[in-house]
Design a protein around this ligand. Structure first.
Ligand code: MF3
Ligand code: CO
Ligand code: CO
Length: 267
């Protein structure tokens, strides 16, 4: 048996080789660049179907493959989740209105590696309460990423996110989580955005996964609509999400999906 080629896992989580980081870096950058470039196409009157078509064209013209088209019957290159839609919003013909906030989530495949990232956008003018929700959601993701280093546990990541969000009197969605990825879209473990410090698997160099907290202004409960995809807040409160793909390094983590244009927010 060739041990160098034997997949290495810990707690069922794949430990990638140092040479695998470059593939993720390139896939992540391609996904993040699409999020940079789509910003100018978000405005009142625009439909989310048109935004998705522009994303599809970017994917195709850049020699990428969409990971979501054909995934479990999903038919679009992005998920676009507006206002009280928590995640997995299906692009459609309805026009955006002034003040709508939306998450755009793109996953692309480049040379077999998956880059998965999402950010918040606004159509027109941003209300104060939406601005605060978006800022808290982004900050919660970055606090989760700061907890992502060897020796810490997945529970430390969840705790960092949950304690910050609840301290701001907002709530963390429990019904959806981050995930391992790499040469596959969704792999172990489930990356929970809530939890207790010191619980769960220990992080090790070479683990690749997403952190993608969904934060609600109201209660955390969600429901999935009859289309079997669209997840909404049960209380119809506003919801926001940010997502990065990261890899655990010897002394911390590398974010594979930073904005090439240097944007945190896309507005
Ligand atoms: N990109 C999403 C995630 O963060 C998954 C979308 S699956 C789809 O995991 F089929 F809805 F596109
Ligand atoms: Co994801
Ligand atoms: Co995603």
């Amino acid at each position: 048996m060739d041990h160098a080629r034997t997949p290495t896992t810990r707690d069922g989580i794949r430990l990638h080789a140092p040479g695998d980081f470059d593939g993720m870096r390139r896939a992540g950058e391609a996904a993040a660049r699409i999020l940079d470039d789509i910003g100018e196409h978000v405005f009142p009157g625009q439909s989310t179907a048109t935004i998705d078509r522009i994303i599809t064209d970017m994917v195709n013209h850049r020699g990428l493959t969409s990971a979501t088209i054909g995934y479990r019957g999903y038919r679009h290159a992005s998920c676009i989740s507006v206002n009280h839609v928590v995640c997995h919003g299906i692009p459609g013909d309805k026009s955006l209105r002034d003040g709508d906030i939306l998450n755009i989530d793109v996953t692309v495949i480049l040379d077999g590696w998956f880059g998965d990232t999402s950010r918040m956008y606004v159509a027109g003018n941003l209300s104060r309460k939406a601005e605060r929700l978006i800022a808290v959601t982004h900050e919660s993701l970055m606090r989760g990423i700061e907890a992502a280093r060897p020796g810490n546990t997945f529970g430390d990541i969840g705790h960092a996110i949950q304690s910050f969000v609840e301290g701001q009197r907002m709530s963390v969605v429990r019904d959806f989580c981050g995930h391992g990825l790499g040469r596959t879209f969704h792999a172990p473990p489930n990356v929970l955005h809530y939890g207790r410090s010191g619980t769960g698997p220990v992080l090790e160099e070479g683990m690749f996964f997403t952190i993608e907290p969904m934060v609600n202004l109201g209660r955390p409960e969600t429901k999935v609509l009859a289309d079997d995809w669209t997840a909404v807040t049960r209380d119809k409160s506003l919801s926001a999400q940010y997502e990065h793909s990261i890899g655990i390094t010897a002394d911390g983590c590398e974010i594979f999906t930073p904005s090439p244009a240097g944007r945190f927010y896309t507005f």
